[in-house]
Design a protein around this ligand. Sequence first.
Ligand code: 4AD
Ligand code: MG
Length: 461
Amino acid sequence: MATRTRIRSALAGEGLGGEVTVKGWVRTSRVGKEVAFLALNDGSSLANLQVVAEPALPNYPEICAIGTGAAVAVRGTIVESPAAGQRYELRAAEVELLGPADEGYPLQKKRHTFEYLRTIAHLRPRSNTFGAVFRVRSALAQAVHRFFAERGFLYVHTPIITTNDCEGAGELFRVTTLDLGRPRLADGEVDFTDDFFGEAAGLTVSGQLEGELFAQAFSDIYTFGPTFRAENSNTPRHAAEFWMIEPEMAFADLRDDATLAEEFLRYLCRHVLDRCQEDLAFFNDHIDRGLVARIEGVAGSSFAMMEYGEAIERLQRATVTFEYPVEWGLDLQTEHERYLTEQVVGGPVFVVNYPREIKAFYMRQNDDGKTVAAMDLLVPKVGEIIGGSQREERYDLLVARMREVGIDPASLWWYLDTRRWGSTPHAGFGLGFERLIMYLTGMENIRDVIPFPRTPRHAEF
Ligand code: 4AD
Ligand code: MG
């Protein structure tokens, strides 16, 4: 058959009246008295192409027996559809069955629960919802690179295997070639000098520390890659493997950081509104009624900012009861974050200047001696979507803080070196890519916005 036309183009009426060849998977088949209809999808759009096959076709009986899920190639003519429901359809001149599918194909029904679809993660991309999710995910990944390219940020690939725990939360997955059955012990502990890297290594929780090194050479940089956290929390917002975008800017403070985060999020909102209309309309109709209005609102608004101290006061004054305690010095839980962004502000809000005790060692210490120049961006339905800060660029203060939290400064000598030579005020943040997709699709579980989710006890496919 001739060169292939993608269904998205065919549905737009490209090649109207002329002969085209399309290839895809059958979503439904309907055999009438005089004619057979196949709804064909090739992943290029949410909508299917209606293929009309008439009994004059030599293999008409075979066409009538084609099952849901089968792969076919169809040569035919794009014509205006006489029926309601679609503008154009494909009048078939030849239908070739490439890969049959029988009744065992699990996506027969129109609607399945997301829980069920997670058990068939190898097939769910062929459903409407997951087709839309992964098209939006791909569009957003490309928009991330475009945003930074337009602003002259250098894209740096930070390592996935690392020996540092950037966030200091002890959530590092170990990477080892030691014989786990018989590791050599030294003073009762595993001796990692025998291990592949000669010391204990793991999967990175964040590319930030290495990103900072590059910001001290290229001024503005970003990373975009997988990060890993052995966080044993089974929530709809946490995955053990997720993707993070981490920009870092030299000669920048917390204000600059918040400005970049705000412009970035608005840009991504506009991008999906412009480029993913069909999929967003689907999410708006089937998943989250207010989605498009909300994204439009965010794309055109400026974000609120609130001190951590004020956030605590607002939460203490709230009339709702929270599961977790609210007190100056305690971290905000998702329920608190959602209350602030949904009830207090009614849109995205930066909470800034958190108590130093609940934040990572690298954050810049404020003059009050109690808080650090941290910022979290909270958004409705998701809670924290971005975490960032201005970094402690003063050598002595950074070393002192490391000692306080029990990090041996010698273990991060290379990080400290940037504070010895040409240190600059600098700042950055991390945007959780899956949380972004949840926010822009209305999907409520992180397992449903990543192709093959990794969560406690789940890494099958
Ligand atoms: O707030 P976090 O832990 O910040 C950092 O890792 C910094 N090093 C970022 C930086 O300043 N360069 O994580 C950043 C974001 C969170 O706001 C959240 O969106 C996402 O990463 N995130 C997760 N997403 C999915 N599953 C998890 N387990 C996540 N943990 C964090
Ligand atoms: Mg955080």
